[in-house]
Design a protein around this ligand. Structure first.
Ligand code: FAD
Length: 460
């Protein structure tokens, strides 16, 4: 019989923590989990899932408008924010219940309170004051949205935590940030009818994504009426009788009903008693772990956003799975961080996997680029002149496709499938030999034949 009350104590019941708890239990471990908020974590409660529901809601405005081109006459559509939020909340509650049932089914003890580490094998529960011993402790506490705490008036701004619970749809919203969360909310609120301004301190939004996709998305967002201000930040936010007034670094002022800060996220690693135990933190405040998610203290592991490796739900889940299989299942394996597909659920959306053109040139030197830009079939009758973009990045020496980038409807769905081919090391010739599925937008990926030449290359 073990000297510890549990074999595993997990702090944080989000994507990574729940997966690790369930799998460790299935391997025979006695498992407990502490959660200070709602079971499901960021993704389910205040991230991917509610966001995607809002994305779906926001796209109906396009559908109603486009329907006319296909012969439909519709009454003036009306949107009710409160109904959407109620429907979203009920779905989130359903999912939370499903997560809880899974933990119950796997006999994981749930402690609904904040927890911290007291020693390498002890956890202290904040509300009940209980101390619980465990052979292994897993930190899966996720992250939180950053705000500029020094900004005068920052208390008037909201983050992605609050945006899902606004009592009404803001008529005017200003969003600070240029990452995927900021741009997604810009599209969501624009689609729902708000007047949207995006303000970003850098030169171009969506740093790290392929430049053609960034340029294409910026042009389309601007074409749709989203105002994008680059190279500026807020210097002050004031409350006025009619809402909020933000002053930006160029001196202009922006009126808004809500100001949303989406300027990045930081790991929830502080205040857990870890530093005192010798668990290392990096400059971003993330817990330092090795390839097996083990910290400098052998009995303490960490997975997910708190380690700031790749902050995506499927990555946290896989890290949780690998940890549990390795430590409790006698099946050691490590997460492969290459070719992780990802999406930006703007409208139009981005789907991307592998190297951007810029990264591939730095990595391989000689790369071939294939690009197609076209109006999707549906857009023609709908009278939209927005273009879809498909791009393949190919390592010239081997003909291997090392990047697939798509901007346009269903880009995420297309790229999830293309990611299998990229991961398997498919060559451009394999794409060429694959029969097109007609009529589809994705068929463009297997019919791109002409190498794209940069202006300098063309002249040579
Ligand atoms: P989390 O899911 O954040 O779970 C951590 C849990 O720990 C939380 O429930 C928290 O309450 C709890 N906790 C923290 N400290 C303690 C403590 N001391 N004691 C007890 N409990 C504690 N990812 C995607 O892949 N696709 C997307 O489309 C996507 N969209 C997103 C949209 C938004 C708006 C946001 C904010 C995030 C989005 N993400 C998306 C990222 C994704 O949500 C995270 O990568 C994922 O949730 C990380 O999982 P995790 O297990 O590391 O942490």
């Amino acid at each position: 019989m073990s000297d510890f009350e549990y074999d595993l104590f997990v702090i944080g019941a989000g994507s990574g923590g729940v997966r690790a708890a369930r799998i460790a239990s299935s391997h025979g471990a006695r498992v407990a989990i502490a959660e200070e908020d709602r079971i499901g974590g960021t993704c389910v409660i205040r991230g991917c899932v509610p966001k995607k529901l809002l994305v779906y809601a926001s796209r109906f405005s396009d559908e109603f408008r486009d329907a006319e081109g296909f012969g439909w006459t519709l009454p003036e559509p009306k949107f009710d924010w409160a109904s959407l939020i109620a429907a979203k909340d009920s779905e989130i509650s359903r999912l939370e219940t499903a997560y809880r049932s899974t933990l119950d089914k796997y006999k994981v003890s749930i402690f609904p309170e904040r927890a911290m580490c007291l020693s390498p094998n002890e956890v202290r529960l904040a509300a009940s004051g209980r101390t619980i011993s465990a052979k292994t402790i897993l930190i899966a506490t996720g992250g939180h949205p950053n705000v500029d705490r020094k900004l005068p008036g920052i208390e008037h701004a909201i983050t992605s935590n609050e945006v899902f619970h606004l009592s009404e749809l803001p008529r005017r919203i200003v969003i600070a940030g240029g990452g995927y969360i900021a741009t997604e909310f810009a599209s969501v609120f624009h689609g729902l009818g708000s007047e949207v301004t995006l303000i970003y301190r850098g030169e171009k939004i969506l740093r790290g994504f392929d430049d053609d996709l960034r340029d294409g998305l910026i042009a389309t967002m601007r074409g749709r009426g989203i105002r994008i201000i680059n190279g500026q930040v807020f210097t002050k936010i004031e409350k006025t009788p009619s809402g909020l007034l933000g002053t930006i670094s160029g001196g202009d002022t922006l009126e808004a009903d809500q100001i949303l800060f989406a300027i990045g996220r930081s790991p929830n690693a502080r205040g857990l008693g870890l530093e005192a135990l010798g668990v290392g933190m990096d400059a971003t405040g993330a817990i330092v772990v090795d390839n097996a998610s083990q910290t400098a203290v052998p009995s303490i592991y960490a997975v997910g956003d708190v380690t700031n490796r790749v902050n995506l739900t499927p990555v946290a889940i896989r890290e949780g799975q690998a940890f549990a299989d390795t430590v409790f299942g006698n099946k050691p394996w490590q997460v492969d961080y290459t070719t992780i597909p990802t999406a930006v659920f703007t409208t139009p959306e981005i789907g991307t996997v592998g190297f951007t053109e810029h990264e591939a040139r730095a990595q391989y030197g000689n790369v071939d680029i294939y690009k197609g830009s076209f109006r999707p079939m549906k857009a023609i009758l709908a009278g939209r002149d927005e273009r879809m973009l498909m791009k393949l990045v190919v390592e010239a020496a081997t003909d291997r496709v090392v990047g697939v980038h798509v901007l346009g409807p269903d880009a995420a769905e297309i790229v999830q499938t293309a990611a299998i081919a990229v991961r398997m090391g498919a060559k451009k010739a394999d794409f060429d030999q694959t029969m097109a599925l007609h009529p589809s937008a994705a068929e463009e990926l297997v019919t791109l034949r002409e190498k794209w030449l940069a202006p300098g290359e063309a002249a040579a």
